[in-house]
Design a protein around this ligand. Structure first.
Ligand code: ADP
Ligand code: MG
Length: 314
């Protein structure tokens, strides 16, 4: 037996799929993996990404504006809020069902619509970098720039996409409510898609046109919850150096210092593995005994038991 841990789990794109039917199916597998940990006695808090979903919602709302001139374009912050509810609904439902199958008939699962404060002076606002939504031709991109004020960029030879700012999370607005729910042993889904980005304007929280990286939001959440562990579940079982090259090497165990050296050497791709390693380092260095792990969804249980995954620690 090992110690009951408080674990923040960050779910990557492969935990949810890319379309409505894919998500319906994917959440079943995801719920099984999460319930394995709950069954082992761990306290689990769930964060998820929203890349495909927020792009899909953004496109659907843009189509609405095209069809109906009374409907102005939907702010990105509202699209993130919609994605939290939609993904939360599917995950909440799948978790409830899986928990009931395993005899946890009274364990409530709850999704918290979560706002995350960002700094309006974050340099990310001057340099939008995160591609979202569908691919466009050059002409479509120019049209979207003119009509909706989008910023678009060419994405790796595959066409043009809208790019948005990805500022760092500063504060989780609903943190106290989340803490109360977790302390009361509810299964909480929160900070979906990195949280709804907002800036503080007096008493008002103003939605920002941005998408926060869910890996960074998870590490902030894990620190604020006093979690024992942050687990980032993604499409690879371990983190590699020389990834995709002949001398590729999969890593099982890294200190924060070693991880920093590999970051400096450029082993982790920006926008995919780099934010995960940085979020893992951030959490692991926030207190002794705190560890972070990056592994496959299906390997979460094995990872906690030390059998696989990449563990990052002080
Ligand atoms: P998620 O949806 O889980 O956030 P991403 O696609 O953003 O997933 O990031 C995971 C991907 O990062 C992996 O599938 C892999 O292709 C890529 N990757 C880039 N660099 C590395 C590396 N050094 N080690 C392992 N995977 C890497
Ligand atoms: Mg990602």
């Amino acid at each position: 037996m090992y110690k009951r841990k408080r674990i923040v789990i960050a779910l990557g794109g492969n935990a949810l799929g890319n379309t409505l039917p894919e998500q319906m199916l994917a959440v079943k597998t995801t719920a099984k993996a999460l319930c394995d940990l709950i069954e082992d006695g761990h306290q689990v808090v769930v964060v998820h990404g929203n890349g495909p979903q927020v792009g899909m919602i953004n496109n659907a709302m843009a189509a609405l504006s095209r069809e109906d001139s009374n409907q102005p374009n939907t702010p990105l912050s509202v699209c993130v809020a919609m994605s939290q509810a939609y993904i939360g609904y599917d995950l909440q439902n799948a978790l409830r069902e899986e928990l009931r199958k395993r005899g946890f008939v009274r364990t409530p699962v709850v999704t918290v619509v979560t706002q995350v404060r960002v700094d309006p002076d974050d340099p990310a606002f001057q340099n939008p970098s995160k591609p979202i939504g569908h691919f466009m031709s050059k002409e479509e991109a120019e049209h979207a720039e003119k009509t909706y004020g989008y910023i678009t960029k060419e994405d790796a030879g595959r066409g043009y996409r809208r790019v948005v700012a990805s500022p760092k999370p500063v504060e989780i607005v609903e943190q106290d409510a989340i803490n109360s729910l977790v302390d009361a042993n509810k299964i909480v889904i929160c900070c979906g898609g990195g949280g709804i980005p907002v800036t503080l304007q007096g008493d008002h929280l103003k939605g920002a046109s941005a998408v926060i990286d869910k890996d960074f939001a998870s590490s902030l959440l894990a620190k604020e919850l006093g979690a024992d562990m942050l687990i980032i579940l993604t499409a690879v079982e371990k983190v590699a150096i020389n990834f995709g090259k002949e001398n590729e090497e999969w890593l099982s165990d890294l200190t924060v210092e070693e991880a920093q050296k590999y970051v400096n050497e450029g082993h982790f791709a920006a926008g995919s593995m780099l934010p995960k390693v940085q979020a893992a380092m951030d959490f692991a260095s926030s207190g002794s005994g705190r560890t972070a792990m990056i592994t496959l969804l299906e390997k979460a249980r094995d990872g906690i038991q030390g059998k696989t995954g990449t563990l990052i620690h002080l």
